[in-house]
Design a protein around this ligand. Structure first.
Ligand SMILES: [Zn+2]
Length: 299
């Protein structure tokens, strides 16, 4: 009996050390990104779900193959540049000639420097200003900042290669671009529609959970000719999904305003917000959004 117990103990120690030995190997494993074909000339680099440290590579990247070269929408976290390049090379021999940064965050702009100054980097005016405040773009790295910027709307290319960029107002930050590929009827929303959960409104970069529902309403009213939506950090969506997300953010905003007026705490306001009527929605990020509304109401 004693011997059996000892054997069991040894086995337990052995399997524990096996698990420990396997852990670093998994974490330091090769950086691989999944790729999804949306159209013959449009792919998405996924592996974009935050929280999974082993596979999270940054936001969804659109890979648009035009006659003149490849346009990327966003370029993931720093350190993933080679993995992005390898995946692009697996579907086209054309060079990457342009990167559109939907907004300032490092999981969307992390490889602007990797792709270099020969690539045209495009962003909304406020996003360029936000990027100038990031360590990644200070000093000598300022040469990787966007060279082409715009205020409300910008069209790049023409015909089947046309790309329309729109800015509709504050939400996730104060410089989020919506990218439309009109010939393909596809819209990339960046993190203005990241996931089916509470929105992340980055107040330090001009974001606003108070403005977000209004801004999304403008998007829905203005961009009608699309069938497929590439969100910031989740699987592909439809315009109906975007409309539901807009209703979700509007509902959450009015709930938070009412709770604030009633003197309720952020925790109480969060607990009483029900996500059940929104199929597929989580409440892991609702508290952050409620907190953002409370902070904005204090201003
Ligand atoms: Zn973001």
């Amino acid at each position: 009996m004693k011997r059996l117990f000892l054997l069991g103990g040894l086995l337990a120690v052995f399997s524990l050390s096996l698990a420990a030995a396997q852990q670093p190997a998994a974490a330091a494993g090769p950086k691989t990104i999944d790729i999804l074909k949306l159209k013959d000339n449009l792919y998405v680099l996924t592996s974009s779900t935050p929280g999974n440290a082993a596979t999270f590579s940054g936001g969804n990247v659109a890979v648009f193959i035009t006659d003149g070269g490849v346009t990327l929408v966003d370029d993931k976290l720093a350190g993933w540049g080679q993995a992005v390049l390898d995946k692009v090379k697996s579907v086209t021999s054309k060079p990457i000639t342009r990167i559109i940064n939907t907004h300032t965050h490092g999981d969307h702009t992390g490889n602007d420097n990797f792709f270099g100054t020969s690539v045209e980097i495009v962003a909304q005016d406020n996003t360029k200003a936000n990027m100038e405040k990031m360590d990644a773009f200070k000093g000598d790295n300022a040469k990787f900042l966007p060279k082409k910027t715009y205020k409300d709307k910008l069209t790049l290319g023409s015909g089947k290669d046309r790309i329309d960029l729109y800015y509709f107002g504050a939400g996730h930050t104060n410089g989020d671009t919506f990218v439309v590929f009109p010939a393909l009827r596809v819209l990339h929303t960046g993190d203005m529609f990241a996931w089916k959960d509470g929105p992340y409104c980055d107040l330090t970069n001009g974001g606003s959970c108070v403005a977000l529902p209004r801004t999304l309403q403008k998007v829905i009213a203005s961009i009608k000719d699309v069938d497929t939506i590439i969100p910031g950090h989740s699987p592909m969506q439809t315009p109906a999904d975007l409309q539901m997300f807009q209703r979700f953010t509007a509902d959450l905003l009015s709930h938070a305003i009412d709770a604030n007026k009633a003197g309720k705490s952020v925790d109480d306001a969060t607990a009483s917000f029900k996500v059940d009527k929104y199929p597929g929605y989580k409440n892991e990020r609702v508290k952050g959004a409620v907190q953002a509304v409370y902070d904005e109401l204090k201003k």
